[in-house]
Design a protein around this ligand. Sequence first.
Ligand code: MG
Length: 114
Amino acid sequence: MSITIESLISESHQTATAKGWWDDPNRNVGELLALIHSEVSEALEVYRVKGKDSLNENWLGDKGKPEGFTVELADVIIRIADFCGEFGLDLEESLTAKLAYNRTRPYRHGDKKA
Ligand SMILES: [Mg+2]
């Protein structure tokens, strides 16, 4: 199965909408961004508990729910895609532009430490 950015956004937003997450048309953008953060924090928690050697280890939790570090990274992407779907944002264009720009940047972006 191959996923395009367009299909990722479409499926993520269709599923979130069908599950009622967009019943309130006035969801707070700051809160939505915080929910993206929360998935990064869940990935951090998996890392803290399982360690670096288990980053690619996934398992099934309650009711067959996929769990693991990369699953939490997937949640980050799904939440971003859902957000882009709701607001009609062209993530593919921005990804293309930023990836191309990054290729032109100097080693370590000049003198950055991190
Ligand atoms: Mg999660």
